[in-house]
Design a binder for this molecule. Structure first.
Ligand code: ZN
Length: 123
């Protein structure tokens, strides 16, 4: 029997069980599989996180239903993984936060209950 601690995760695939070592992402603090892989030029994240992020992007690129939230996915990734506080990273996070705000505000307005009559109809 395999022991599993907080830095491991037991996965079952097709009846085979394996234990995956987990590492903390330097950007978002989440736990992801420990793997080697490429890093972004200035946005810092673990290779395990980037692999999971790549799977999410792959699904968004291949299914129109998921494509609808692609901008939120990319903007959220950028905000959660700013990297070192240099001018480029600070400007990037600012731009992504503005876009997240605009997207969410549009969704909130769209779902906000509308009055039975609008103000211009009463004048
Ligand atoms: Zn992360």
């Amino acid at each position: 029997m395999l022991a599993v601690n907080d830095d491991q995760e037991r996965l079952t695939e097709h009846g085979n069980e394996r234990v995956v070592e987990l590492s903390r992402c330097v950007g978002c603090d989440g736990m992801f599989p420990t793997i080697d892989g490429p890093a972004h030029r200035y946005m810092k994240s673990s290779a395990g996180y980037r692999e999971v992020y790549g799977e999410v992007l792959s699904r968004e690129y291949s299914d129109a239903a998921f494509w609808a939230v692609h901008r939120l996915t990319a903007d959220t990734y950028a905000v959660q993984h700013p990297g070192l506080p240099c001018r480029q990273a600070i400007q990037s996070v600012g731009a992504h936060l503005i876009r997240i705000h605009l997207i969410l505000e549009r969704v909130l307005r769209k779902n906000r209950p509308q009055p039975l009559t609008s103000d211009w109809e009463n004048t």
